[in-house]
Design a protein around this ligand. Sequence first.
Ligand code: NAD
Length: 353
Amino acid sequence: MNQLTSSGYNIYFDNTLSSLENFLAENSYSKVFIITDENTGKYCLPVLQNKLPNLDNYDIIEIPYGEENKNIDFCIGIWKMLLDFEADRNALVINLGGGVVTDMGSFAASTYKRGIDFLQIPTTLLSQVDASVGGKTGIDIDSVKNIIGTFAQPKAVIICDEFIETLPENQLISGFAEVIKHGIIADNVYYNEVVKLASPKEITIAQIKRSVEIKNEVVLEDPFEKGLRKILNFGHTIGHAIESWSLENDSKSLTHGEAIAIGMITEAYIANKTGMLSVEELNIIKNDILKFFPKYSLKSDIYDVLLEIMQHDKKNISGKINFSLPDKIGNCKFNIVVSHDLIKESLDYYRNI
Ligand code: NAD
């Protein structure tokens, strides 16, 4: 079977979902709970039921969709459902959804009765290539993302690319930003392959697997983000700040990937200005990203607010804004402190593209 090994569990690339059937046959769980959101309950649960018609004896816990619901109130809702349905320590949670379901469902499972087993079945491109692998679980407090959470490993991750067929296009493109990022930080050949696609819709299961493999290799080497894992943050220092600003201020806010796309262009500019990345590769990155992510109209009067948000990023040490920057397409360095002036210059660069 097509699979990767992570820390103590397997990641299956399996359109038949037979890996789920085998897993359940090999382990005798007292009860099985499937957590979905409204959309994955509607689009993905029937696919799962169709592929595994003999799967029975499970309870569904459905949460409303959206990041604003990845919070303690809905988490308490999940814990209460587990309690009401008498989940004991030998129960299993299956998270069937995007990053909101996989993050919150795994947080709820990893804390309920001091931790019960859980499986990830990610249904968005973003959760397949990023959120479901690496052991980070979490919920938000107000607009502070992932501020409460645990490191906890699933019993397995099962990736079936059929699920992403029902994904709205903006969500597919959002996940594609992480695919491009994996190429930039770790694999030049993979980068060239994915940026040549006419659309993210053309992504293949082999390409999804390569992305997961890159993330998996990094997190296996540095599970608790003491060093190397920080390279996964390329594009995210500026990108997260723009995402937070947009969530609060834009009538149609940017998706995570759209914000990270801006972050990758501006941070590639910083990499060039600090003498790390050639101007040729900066131009390649900029042009390739703009092919998939139309330019966003960034206003110069928000620079100070963006810097303020970056200053509070939980990844900073001693209040200094830390970056992970590529020195070529396919390699990335981390723990690079950058001045406020250069950050502002990179935002100007984006505005004047
Ligand atoms: P999401 O879970 O909100 O899903 C996006 C939208 O797509 C939702 O409306 C959802 O209902 C819908 N959806 C999901 N699957 C679908 C399908 N197959 N068909 C139709 N609609 C579907 O968001 P996301 O982009 O998957 O994940 C974002 C979250 O992931 C954030 O909370 C972020 O913090 C987290 N994340 C975590 C990690 C990690 O390492 N733990 C890494 C990256 C991101």
